[in-house]
Design a protein. Structure first.
Length: 292
Protein backbone atom coordinates (compact mmCIF):
# COMPACT_ATOMS: atom_id res chain seq x y z
CA UNK A 1 0.00 0.00 0.00
CA UNK A 2 2.86 2.37 0.80
CA UNK A 3 4.38 1.79 -2.63
CA UNK A 4 1.01 2.48 -4.25
CA UNK A 5 0.54 5.74 -2.32
CA UNK A 6 4.09 6.79 -3.14
CA UNK A 7 3.40 6.32 -6.84
CA UNK A 8 0.22 8.39 -6.47
CA UNK A 9 2.27 11.23 -5.01
CA UNK A 10 4.78 10.99 -7.86
CA UNK A 11 1.91 10.86 -10.34
CA UNK A 12 0.38 14.05 -8.98
CA UNK A 13 3.66 15.88 -9.54
CA UNK A 14 4.00 14.63 -13.11
CA UNK A 15 0.29 15.08 -13.76
CA UNK A 16 0.51 18.71 -12.67
CA UNK A 17 2.87 19.39 -15.57
CA UNK A 18 0.69 17.51 -18.05
CA UNK A 19 -2.37 19.41 -16.81
CA UNK A 20 -0.76 22.82 -17.37
CA UNK A 21 0.17 21.90 -20.94
CA UNK A 22 -3.23 20.29 -21.61
CA UNK A 23 -5.01 23.50 -20.59
CA UNK A 24 -3.40 25.30 -23.53
CA UNK A 25 -4.56 22.62 -25.96
CA UNK A 26 -8.10 22.63 -24.64
CA UNK A 27 -8.52 26.42 -24.56
CA UNK A 28 -7.31 26.91 -28.12
CA UNK A 29 -9.46 24.04 -29.37
CA UNK A 30 -12.47 25.39 -27.49
CA UNK A 31 -12.10 28.79 -29.17
CA UNK A 32 -11.08 28.05 -32.77
CA UNK A 33 -11.22 24.22 -33.01
CA UNK A 34 -7.49 23.99 -33.73
CA UNK A 35 -5.14 21.31 -32.39
CA UNK A 36 -2.04 23.42 -31.76
CA UNK A 37 0.68 20.79 -32.03
CA UNK A 38 3.32 23.51 -31.57
CA UNK A 39 2.11 23.90 -27.99
CA UNK A 40 4.46 21.23 -26.64
CA UNK A 41 7.40 23.10 -28.13
CA UNK A 42 6.30 26.36 -26.53
CA UNK A 43 6.64 24.44 -23.28
CA UNK A 44 10.18 23.51 -24.35
CA UNK A 45 10.97 27.17 -25.06
CA UNK A 46 9.64 28.04 -21.60
CA UNK A 47 12.08 25.59 -20.05
CA UNK A 48 15.02 27.24 -21.83
CA UNK A 49 13.85 30.74 -20.89
CA UNK A 50 13.68 29.61 -17.25
CA UNK A 51 17.13 28.02 -17.58
CA UNK A 52 18.58 31.25 -18.97
CA UNK A 53 16.85 33.39 -16.35
CA UNK A 54 18.25 31.29 -13.49
CA UNK A 55 21.66 30.41 -14.92
CA UNK A 56 22.57 33.67 -16.68
CA UNK A 57 20.41 36.39 -15.13
CA UNK A 58 20.75 34.84 -11.65
CA UNK A 59 17.05 35.08 -10.92
CA UNK A 60 15.33 32.99 -8.28
CA UNK A 61 12.55 30.51 -8.99
CA UNK A 62 9.47 32.73 -9.03
CA UNK A 63 10.94 35.62 -11.11
CA UNK A 64 12.25 33.02 -13.59
CA UNK A 65 8.81 31.40 -13.69
CA UNK A 66 7.07 34.72 -14.37
CA UNK A 67 9.63 35.69 -17.03
CA UNK A 68 9.13 32.35 -18.78
CA UNK A 69 5.34 32.77 -18.70
CA UNK A 70 5.54 36.29 -20.14
CA UNK A 71 7.97 35.27 -22.89
CA UNK A 72 5.87 32.25 -23.90
CA UNK A 73 2.68 34.34 -23.87
CA UNK A 74 4.27 36.75 -26.36
CA UNK A 75 5.56 33.82 -28.43
CA UNK A 76 2.11 32.22 -28.47
CA UNK A 77 0.46 35.43 -29.70
CA UNK A 78 3.15 35.87 -32.38
CA UNK A 79 2.62 32.31 -33.63
CA UNK A 80 -1.15 32.82 -33.74
CA UNK A 81 -0.90 36.11 -35.65
CA UNK A 82 1.77 34.95 -38.12
CA UNK A 83 0.93 31.27 -38.72
CA UNK A 84 -2.70 30.64 -37.74
CA UNK A 85 -4.66 33.84 -38.31
CA UNK A 86 -4.16 33.84 -42.12
CA UNK A 87 -5.55 30.27 -42.19
CA UNK A 88 -8.57 30.89 -39.99
CA UNK A 89 -11.00 30.33 -42.87
CA UNK A 90 -8.93 27.57 -44.49
CA UNK A 91 -9.53 23.86 -44.08
CA UNK A 92 -8.69 22.22 -40.77
CA UNK A 93 -6.10 20.06 -42.54
CA UNK A 94 -4.21 23.19 -43.65
CA UNK A 95 -4.19 24.57 -40.10
CA UNK A 96 -3.12 21.19 -38.71
CA UNK A 97 -0.20 20.90 -41.14
CA UNK A 98 0.83 24.45 -40.28
CA UNK A 99 0.79 23.60 -36.56
CA UNK A 100 3.03 20.57 -37.19
CA UNK A 101 5.37 22.72 -39.29
CA UNK A 102 5.53 25.34 -36.53
CA UNK A 103 6.40 22.59 -34.06
CA UNK A 104 9.40 21.50 -36.13
CA UNK A 105 10.38 25.15 -36.68
CA UNK A 106 10.56 25.75 -32.92
CA UNK A 107 12.47 22.52 -32.33
CA UNK A 108 15.09 23.12 -34.99
CA UNK A 109 15.26 26.84 -34.26
CA UNK A 110 16.18 26.07 -30.66
CA UNK A 111 18.75 23.48 -31.79
CA UNK A 112 20.29 26.15 -34.06
CA UNK A 113 20.39 28.71 -31.23
CA UNK A 114 21.59 26.61 -28.29
CA UNK A 115 22.69 23.27 -29.72
CA UNK A 116 21.20 19.82 -29.33
CA UNK A 117 22.94 18.73 -26.13
CA UNK A 118 21.09 18.12 -22.87
CA UNK A 119 21.58 20.75 -20.18
CA UNK A 120 21.37 20.35 -16.42
CA UNK A 121 18.65 22.62 -15.07
CA UNK A 122 19.87 24.68 -12.12
CA UNK A 123 18.24 23.59 -8.89
CA UNK A 124 17.14 26.81 -7.20
CA UNK A 125 15.00 24.97 -4.65
CA UNK A 126 16.60 22.86 -1.96
CA UNK A 127 15.26 19.39 -2.61
CA UNK A 128 14.57 18.55 1.00
CA UNK A 129 12.67 15.29 1.47
CA UNK A 130 9.88 14.99 4.02
CA UNK A 131 8.81 11.60 5.35
CA UNK A 132 5.38 10.79 6.73
CA UNK A 133 3.97 7.32 7.45
CA UNK A 134 6.63 5.75 5.26
CA UNK A 135 5.93 8.09 2.33
CA UNK A 136 8.46 10.52 0.87
CA UNK A 137 7.56 13.92 -0.54
CA UNK A 138 10.26 16.26 -1.79
CA UNK A 139 10.13 20.02 -1.52
CA UNK A 140 10.32 20.20 -5.32
CA UNK A 141 7.19 18.05 -5.66
CA UNK A 142 5.34 20.25 -3.18
CA UNK A 143 6.42 23.37 -5.09
CA UNK A 144 5.32 21.89 -8.43
CA UNK A 145 1.92 20.84 -7.13
CA UNK A 146 1.30 24.09 -5.25
CA UNK A 147 2.33 26.24 -8.24
CA UNK A 148 0.05 24.24 -10.53
CA UNK A 149 -2.96 24.59 -8.22
CA UNK A 150 -2.39 28.36 -7.90
CA UNK A 151 -2.16 28.77 -11.70
CA UNK A 152 -5.27 26.65 -12.26
CA UNK A 153 -7.25 28.68 -9.73
CA UNK A 154 -6.04 31.89 -11.38
CA UNK A 155 -7.13 30.54 -14.78
CA UNK A 156 -10.58 29.64 -13.47
CA UNK A 157 -10.89 33.12 -11.97
CA UNK A 158 -9.97 34.73 -15.29
CA UNK A 159 -12.35 32.58 -17.33
CA UNK A 160 -15.31 32.78 -14.95
CA UNK A 161 -15.05 36.23 -13.36
CA UNK A 162 -13.46 38.64 -15.85
CA UNK A 163 -14.83 40.45 -18.89
CA UNK A 164 -12.27 38.78 -21.15
CA UNK A 165 -13.18 35.40 -19.70
CA UNK A 166 -16.83 36.02 -20.51
CA UNK A 167 -15.80 36.98 -24.05
CA UNK A 168 -13.78 33.76 -24.33
CA UNK A 169 -16.82 31.70 -23.35
CA UNK A 170 -18.98 33.61 -25.82
CA UNK A 171 -16.57 33.08 -28.71
CA UNK A 172 -16.27 29.41 -27.79
CA UNK A 173 -20.05 29.04 -28.00
CA UNK A 174 -20.60 31.00 -31.23
CA UNK A 175 -17.91 33.23 -32.71
CA UNK A 176 -20.23 34.84 -35.27
CA UNK A 177 -22.84 35.73 -32.65
CA UNK A 178 -20.11 37.08 -30.38
CA UNK A 179 -18.83 39.28 -33.21
CA UNK A 180 -22.34 40.65 -33.76
CA UNK A 181 -22.50 41.52 -30.06
CA UNK A 182 -19.42 43.71 -30.42
CA UNK A 183 -16.76 41.31 -29.16
CA UNK A 184 -13.38 41.60 -30.86
CA UNK A 185 -12.90 37.94 -31.74
CA UNK A 186 -9.30 38.41 -32.93
CA UNK A 187 -8.28 39.88 -29.57
CA UNK A 188 -10.04 37.07 -27.71
CA UNK A 189 -8.23 34.44 -29.76
CA UNK A 190 -4.87 36.15 -29.19
CA UNK A 191 -5.57 36.37 -25.45
CA UNK A 192 -6.42 32.67 -25.39
CA UNK A 193 -3.11 31.82 -27.06
CA UNK A 194 -1.27 34.08 -24.61
CA UNK A 195 -2.97 32.47 -21.62
CA UNK A 196 -2.40 28.90 -22.79
CA UNK A 197 1.20 29.56 -23.81
CA UNK A 198 2.01 31.19 -20.48
CA UNK A 199 0.84 28.04 -18.69
CA UNK A 200 3.02 25.95 -21.00
CA UNK A 201 5.98 28.19 -20.15
CA UNK A 202 5.34 27.61 -16.46
CA UNK A 203 5.21 23.86 -17.08
CA UNK A 204 8.59 24.05 -18.83
CA UNK A 205 10.24 25.58 -15.76
CA UNK A 206 8.55 23.06 -13.45
CA UNK A 207 9.65 20.08 -15.54
CA UNK A 208 13.20 21.40 -15.48
CA UNK A 209 13.08 21.28 -11.70
CA UNK A 210 11.42 17.85 -11.73
CA UNK A 211 13.78 16.06 -14.16
CA UNK A 212 16.87 18.28 -13.62
CA UNK A 213 17.53 18.43 -17.36
CA UNK A 214 16.25 20.08 -20.54
CA UNK A 215 16.92 19.68 -24.28
CA UNK A 216 15.39 21.05 -27.52
CA UNK A 217 13.41 17.89 -28.32
CA UNK A 218 11.83 17.65 -24.87
CA UNK A 219 8.51 19.13 -25.96
CA UNK A 220 7.37 16.38 -28.31
CA UNK A 221 6.47 13.49 -25.97
CA UNK A 222 5.02 15.55 -23.07
CA UNK A 223 3.12 17.69 -25.56
CA UNK A 224 1.57 14.61 -27.12
CA UNK A 225 0.70 13.15 -23.72
CA UNK A 226 -0.85 16.45 -22.65
CA UNK A 227 -2.97 16.35 -25.80
CA UNK A 228 -4.07 12.84 -24.82
CA UNK A 229 -4.87 14.21 -21.35
CA UNK A 230 -7.04 16.92 -22.92
CA UNK A 231 -8.87 14.31 -25.04
CA UNK A 232 -9.29 12.03 -22.01
CA UNK A 233 -10.94 14.74 -19.94
CA UNK A 234 -12.87 16.25 -22.83
CA UNK A 235 -11.04 18.60 -25.18
CA UNK A 236 -12.45 22.10 -25.03
CA UNK A 237 -13.39 21.67 -21.36
CA UNK A 238 -11.02 23.31 -18.85
CA UNK A 239 -11.85 21.04 -15.87
CA UNK A 240 -11.47 18.09 -18.25
CA UNK A 241 -7.91 19.12 -19.10
CA UNK A 242 -7.07 19.35 -15.40
CA UNK A 243 -8.59 15.95 -14.67
CA UNK A 244 -6.97 14.35 -17.73
CA UNK A 245 -3.52 15.72 -16.88
CA UNK A 246 -3.56 14.34 -13.35
CA UNK A 247 -5.02 11.03 -14.58
CA UNK A 248 -2.33 10.52 -17.23
CA UNK A 249 0.43 11.42 -14.76
CA UNK A 250 -0.86 8.93 -12.18
CA UNK A 251 -1.38 6.17 -14.75
CA UNK A 252 2.12 6.65 -16.15
CA UNK A 253 3.82 6.50 -12.74
CA UNK A 254 1.76 3.50 -11.65
CA UNK A 255 2.71 1.59 -14.80
CA UNK A 256 6.38 2.53 -14.33
CA UNK A 257 6.33 1.71 -10.62
CA UNK A 258 4.99 -1.79 -11.16
CA UNK A 259 7.57 -2.86 -13.70
CA UNK A 260 6.16 -1.49 -16.92
CA UNK A 261 8.49 1.45 -17.55
CA UNK A 262 9.17 0.19 -21.08
CA UNK A 263 5.48 0.19 -21.97
CA UNK A 264 4.27 3.27 -20.08
CA UNK A 265 4.02 5.32 -23.29
CA UNK A 266 2.17 2.50 -25.05
CA UNK A 267 -0.36 2.39 -22.22
CA UNK A 268 -1.00 6.13 -22.53
CA UNK A 269 -1.56 5.86 -26.29
CA UNK A 270 -3.79 2.83 -25.75
CA UNK A 271 -5.94 4.97 -23.46
CA UNK A 272 -6.27 7.51 -26.28
CA UNK A 273 -7.46 4.83 -28.70
CA UNK A 274 -9.98 3.46 -26.19
CA UNK A 275 -11.37 6.92 -25.43
CA UNK A 276 -11.72 7.79 -29.11
CA UNK A 277 -13.56 4.53 -29.77
CA UNK A 278 -15.94 4.46 -26.81
CA UNK A 279 -16.27 8.09 -25.67
CA UNK A 280 -14.73 10.52 -28.15
CA UNK A 281 -16.16 13.51 -26.27
CA UNK A 282 -13.99 12.64 -23.24
CA UNK A 283 -14.89 11.52 -19.75
CA UNK A 284 -16.26 14.93 -18.76
CA UNK A 285 -17.59 15.84 -22.20
CA UNK A 286 -21.10 15.50 -23.52
CA UNK A 287 -22.21 14.27 -26.91
CA UNK A 288 -23.73 17.22 -28.76
CA UNK A 289 -26.15 16.61 -31.59
CA UNK A 290 -25.57 18.82 -34.57
CA UNK A 291 -28.51 19.88 -36.76
CA UNK A 292 -27.91 19.61 -40.49
Amino acid sequence: MEAFLQQLINGLSLGSIYALIALGYTMVYGIIKLINFAHGDIYMVGAFVGYTAINTLRLSFFPALILSMVFCAILGVAIERIAYKPLRNATRVAALITAIGMSYLLQNGMIYLVGSETRAFPQVIKNKVYEFAGLQVSQTQIMIFATTIILMLALQLIVQKTKMGKAMRAVSTDADAARLMGINVDNVISFTFALGSSLAGAAGVLVGLYYNSIEPMMGYAPGLKAFIAAVLGGIGIIPGAMFGGFAIGIIETLVSGYGGSLIKDAVVYLILIIILIFKPSGLLGKNVKEKV
